[in-house]
Design a protein. Sequence first.
Lengths: 340, 322, 345
Amino acid sequence: MTAPASAAKVRGETVLKVENLVKHFPISRGVVFQRQIGAVKAVDGVSFELRRGETLGIVGESGCGKSTLARLLMRLEAPTSGRATLEGRDLFKASGGELRRLRRNMQMVLQDPYTSLNPRMTVGDIIGEPFEIHPDAAPKGSRQRRVQELLDVVGLNPEHINRYPHQFSGGQRQRIGIARALALKPEVIVCDEPVSALDVSIQAQVINLLEELQDELGLSYIFIAHDLSVVRHIADRVAVMYLGRIIEIGTEDEIYERATHPYTQALLSAAPVPDPELRDDRSMIRLVGDVPSPADPPSGCHFRTRCWKAQEVCAREDPQLVPRAADPHPSACHFAELRG
Amino acid sequence: MSDFETVAASENQAARRGPSGEPGAPNQVGGTSTLAGKPRSLAGDAWRDLRRKPIFWISLLLVLLFTGMAAVPGLFTSNDPADCVLARQHAGPSAGAIFGYDFQGCDTYARAVYGTRASLLVGALSALLTGVIALVVGMLAGFFGRWVDAVLSRVIDVVLGIPLLLAAIVLLKRVSSDSSTVRIAAIIFVLAVLGWTTAARVVRSSVITAKEQDYVAAARMLGAGNGRIMWRHILPNALAPAVVVLTIALGSFIAAEATLSFLGIGLKDPTISWGQDIDTGRVHMRESAIPLLVPSTFLALTVLAFIMLGDAIRDAFDPKLR
Amino acid sequence: MTHSVVQPTPASPTPEGGHLLEVRDLHVEFRTGEGVAKVINGVSYHLDAGETLAVLGESGSGKSVTAQAIMGILDTPPAVIRSGEIRYRGRDLLSQSEEERRQVRGKEIAMIFQDALSALNPTFPVGWQIGETLRQRAGMSRGDARRRAVELMDLVKIPAAAKRLGDYPHQFSGGMRQRVMIAMALAMDPKVLIADEPTTALDVTVQAQIMDLLADLRRDLDMAMILITHDLGVVAGVADRIAVMYAGRIVEHADVRSLYRAPAHPYTKGLLESIPRMDQRGQKLSTIRGLPPNLMRIPSGCPFHPRCPYAQQVCVDVVPHDLVLGDGRTSACHFAQEVRDDSAR
């Protein structure tokens, strides 16, 4: 399928660029006289580029900062420092009308289809709200038609415009959320665990829909998920996050077939494979312990406390996210090597 | 539930679209579609829902009845409540006065009918004013948080710490006018100014809950401003608990007026109110209970009617319960 | 409606020759103001000592309700057990008194849940909570209970168990809380452990640790385990046999390897095909069309027929019996052979 909608735009050019993004949440004590006693380093220096028409998967366990990253990009939180540009325009400097215009180009699909739709609004109101906020996006008379078109695009019955969210199933609600995100014809859609709340048989429907829409509309996705198989299925490139940092980034093939960071290797090894034949002959890596608190991450390499390769240098020196000798994709490990 | 069928039918169809990969495939839903056409409003749906509830009609009827009594008491009794003859003291029910006469020899029923206006005015207007104050304060505190919340919450604490009766006595003592309008306005003002705190706290906490919902984040990401988010997304979801608190408050305001009138700082004599009559009736309960029971029943029915009405309306505006 | 019972009823209810735990033709309804939801419609399965049975299903399939019925922790009302038997060592639990069932619960059959945080009391230290069962049920002294609690915490591999005895649930990470709950379940040395989505709320690396732990414990303590999950990957890792549930029925029942190799029910086949696989990057996921049915209006005939690519008129009219395919495999599908042959291809 081709992308007539974005014929003028060049596929593969950088659409979103994030540089050294940092978000520290202060931890404070006291009610009246608050003093800061520390900070949760939710996102701690993240840089990446997103190209037009591609899907960048972001994987990691809870507390790795992937959801905070999404909220930062959507300007729901203010970053502590760092820069992000969307089609060359600074995402964090914009305010007022400029921010509103920027938001038209970047939308988000949220994880929970039950809380992401206002229960007191009809589907028509929910999907039509973008047009009320941006009246120039669709002239008043054509709005209902646009909403019905959007319902059709996401595979819902356009006649259900008057229904309330609770009258739909989880998968259908997620489609409504996708329609709302599409309304303003954005360039980039951030998907924050869009299928993790759905049943297995419904997940595939939503994933297929997202892929079709990407082909048709030339969208770029940032696809955040903890499910490695879903990410492999949909992503072109993958970034692995651990405690607020990207520790390895590369093409889908580089990450899944030629990972050089021990954490990525452990993550891949731990993911359950739906094949009982592989049960015994998989050489498993079992990490010990849980992810440390992002309020007090280990010095040097954040992963060293759970890493079987850790040596003294790992506590002393922060490994840089640079191409490594083992495989020429960026990996933040002093001892990066392919799995034997 | 026919809804489920229709929705399921469309999901089938959605799924069929998936594998076929035809984006423009027309959606044909055969005869399963039941709802099409004009956009519906939440109020319209609520009305459709309310129409079918007996509780709604009963409470509405009672509210209308008492409102009618308050507006034109002459329609409900031909007797003059001020026509009091001591000789008829505590005389029993008769054709002229269906509930007999009270301690002063006035028609008990006529006095209850004529007392509706003052009581209802005080109750309804105090509740309304309370609601406005509570919504504004609760919304500001809950939505903006931080120092706004800190300041407003302390204000709520302080006001909540003031004993209602004591403060009412101090404030109402300053009202020297005997004009019924002035006195009613003063009581409404005093009750609202002292009584908004509970409702404000309820509003604040439901605003905080609503504010954290994903759909608020979604609206913000679409570029919605604070005003729109408060009005379209938070207020409708925070209103329901406030409505319940306010209908209950309405009843307690009517009762508070009664207490104030009894203490001699509320409504004064030419103005008739249930509160005054209940208190007089209470004193002479041993001699005749009817002059106590009649205004009490009126009071109880009014309060109940408003609470039931508030309950029904709240349910109707909650699409999840439909 | 006719329901097939997989296992023939043995003549005498003796444990010898019978199964350790057996659910027979269980029917459960939920009666609500809106109507009657038929949540379990003739479920039968069995569990032998030392084996792991996976019960797989999506939300609303009835997989957890069956487990709650076994444990006797169904909320009645709204739930009503219409008919069926749950036999543990030959005795029917459903006909026992509450007192007798309490003896079984925890001591013979224990259960762990998905949400460890809400299953633990936030106001008591974990050591006290593990020890409580021991003091109450086994009549241990405080000191003995304490020592046993440390042993149990060691058993589930909580580091520095003795030091953490006095910690409260919120001081533990998600994975560690799950271990605490497992330790509590093991306190009375149960013979059967029912694990209801034990790793769903956990991260991948922690999930792997917990599944390993459960497999080790099952082997070391010689327990039988019922693993209730929606995750086909988790099942493939640990289960011996698998029962697939749909709309309150078991639609397919087989040993894990042959089921994954060649599913014999269209629902199982659809599920296996619709999950993205990490070891193979496909172009497009195949999907199961439509939605699971509303349990208040379960479709006629085979409940899966509105979503089934194999559906024929017979599927609309006739409830399929369990078709025995050999090797203890059954599939409740009129076209089971055909489906299996298609899958094997």
